[in-house]
Design a protein around this ligand. Structure first.
Ligand code: PHE
Length: 347
């Protein structure tokens, strides 16, 4: 049984020699000698095997070990507490000055396309239009077929786009008109929505045209919707956006509207900017519109003998160029901060 005595003695020496210098080490010390699974407990259990006449002495020895651990722990705890509380931190943290002013956050600004869209959306929201959205990656049916432009229809040529690899079904939408189909498939008239978003076309990039641009679609379907409603809505929009109700509707063609028109707004030629933007006519072309073709209503499950509607789709870039005097459409997509910074005051 001298083994048991020897074990306790060795433990006492071990405790005396232990030298935790950090809080982490001290915690390890505590767990080892004072924790619920400490190494002293089993030695206390050994007392069963100690001959009766030595039990008292053995018990005292084990208590000595326990006291030694407790005293050491208490002393070291005080010592470590009194030195800096961050003794366990790496050096790089220790010199951290919490009173230093923070690094300033670089605040960005809204993109001129976004502010222009917000303005337009606001105008239509005040007229009671709700906002609808659709995906940029669209399927052939929503983008073309539902919009009365079946495969092999020549109008598809004017809107060539980018197809997803290995698919003739999925494409980048060429206009926001597919959102018309998505909304009509999903809800019953009265429908009154606008759908802002990005659209794509396979076009050569120049100062005036780009392979990606933005549109806002409008759709109003109800009983007895007429061309007069469309015209009045567009005049109100022109007044709010351009400060003039002077608009011009030119007959046009879209497969999904009948009759169709393109709308110009009068911006005049008083200054060089407006002269250039209107190509010397004073008229700025901003949208296509018309009465929703009954076939489109039927394609989307709406009874065309009961309901009629109007739709329009307007380009954003040209309006933003006029608003902010920007001469090159490519600037919108280069994200050069020297360009973007100039709009930080615009909300
Ligand atoms: N989607 C047409 C275009 O991109 C615009 C349009 C929308 C015309 C709605 C009529 C009605 O050119």
């Amino acid at each position: 049984m001298s083994d048991s005595f020897a074990n306790v003695k060795r433990l006492i020496e071990e405790i005396a020699a232990a030298n935790p210098t950090t809080k982490v080490e001290l915690e390890q010390f505590r767990i080892q000698y004072l924790g619920s699974k400490n190494v002293i407990k089993p030695l206390m259990g050994e007392i069963r095997n100690v001959p009766n006449e030595q039990k008292k002495e053995y018990g005292q020895l084990v208590n000595e070990a326990k006291n030694a651990a407790e005293q050491k722990f208490a002393a070291l705890q005080d010592a470590l507490e009194s030195v800096s509380g961050d003794a366990d931190l790496p050096d790089s943290y220790r010199d951290f000055d919490l009173t230093r002013p923070g690094e300033p956050l670089e605040l960005g600004s809204r993109h001129p396309i976004a502010t222009t869209m917000n303005r337009i959306v606001g105008i239509f929201q005040r007229m009671g239009f709700a906002i609808a959205e659709g995906p940029d990656i669209e399927d052939d049916w929503h983008n073309f077929t539902a919009m009365n432009t079946p495969e092999d229809h020549p109008a598809r040529d004017m809107q060539d786009t980018f197809y997803l690899q290995n698919s003739t079904e999925m494409l980048l939408r060429t206009h926001t008109s597919p959102v018309q189909a998505r909304v009509m498939m999903g809800q019953k008239p009265p429908i009154r929505i606008i759908a802002p978003g990005r659209v794509y076309r396979n076009e050569t990039i120049s100062a005036r045209s780009h392979a990606q641009f933005h549109q806002i679609e409008g759709l109003y379907v109800d009983e007895n919707v007429s061309f007069a409603d469309l015209k009045q809505t567009l005049m109100y929009f022109a007044q709010e956006m351009f400060g003039t109700p002077k608009i011009r509707l030119r007959p046009s063609f879209f497969p999904f509207t009948e009759p169709s028109a393109e709308m110009d707004v009068w911006i005049g030629m008083d200054n060089e900017k407006n002269y250039r933007l209107s190509k010397g006519t004073g008229w700025l072309e901003i949208l296509g519109c018309g009465m929703v073709d009954p076939q489109v209503l039927e394609n989307c499950g709406i009874d065309s003998s009961k309901y009629s509607g109007y739709a329009f789709g307007m380009g954003i870039e040209r309006q933003a160029m006029r608003l902010y005097d920007i001469h090159d459409i490519r600037l919108f997509f280069e994200n050069d901060v020297r360009f973007l910074k100039q709009f930080s005051a615009v909300i």
